[in-house]
Design a protein around this ligand. Structure first.
Ligand code: SF4
Ligand code: SF4
Length: 171
């Protein structure tokens, strides 16, 4: 059986790949946050961060505890975040979005709203992103319930999405 540390290390590996994917996709800031700030006179807004999602769906499991410890060591506890927007119930939400560049909870890392998924399909031909499916996959990686072959397959499919976006960005 894998240790919580090994599970967390796999989770962080997938988070790094997904962060690259979201960076290349570049949708939320450009197509949602900045246009909304322009419309509402730069007043911060919560977008999809309408709850303390860094914990509401977290499971009672040692690996989730380790993820939280690592997050708080890097970014501070929710109460310590001074730049909170005060618009979202989530303390990690600032006027320019989430302060957590790593160590997000599975639901926060996986979430894509309908319009962003539609854009991924229509503009990039990527149909493999199913946010609930990704959420559960991330949970299973963190708890160690995903087998090594399934993990490798999931990692390969994440890398394939990144590759698609990288190739597009070069053409
Ligand atoms: S996931 Fe959707 S609602 Fe949330 S910031 Fe991105 S575009 Fe906006
Ligand atoms: S932790 Fe970040 S992504 Fe999750 S709800 Fe808070 S601001 Fe949003």
């Amino acid at each position: 059986m894998k240790s919580a540390r090994e599970n967390l290390s796999r989770y962080m590996e997938i988070e790094e790949i997904l962060n690259r994917f979201f960076e290349l996709f570049d949708f939320c800031l450009k197509e949602c946050v900045l246009p909304e700030l322009a419309r509402n006179n730069n007043q911060p807004f919560a977008a999809c961060c309408k709850d303390k999602y860094y914990k509401v769906y977290d499971l009672e499991h040692p690996s989730f505890g380790l993820l939280r410890e690592k997050r708080e060591a890097l970014y501070g506890t929710p109460e310590e975040i001074k730049e909170s927007s005060l618009i979202s119930p989530c303390e990690y939400h600032t006027s320019t979005g989430c302060v957590l560049t790593t160590c997000k909870s599975p639901i926060c890392l996986a979430f894509m709203c309908r319009k962003s998924i539609d854009a991924l399909r229509q503009n990039h031909g990527i149909y493999t992103y199913d946010y609930l499916g990704f959420n559960y996959a991330l949970e299973w990686i963190l708890t160690g319930d995903m087998s090594l072959p399934d993990y490798e397959e999931f990692r390969t499919s994440c890398l394939a999405m990144v590759q698609t976006l990288e190739e597009e960005s070069k053409s």
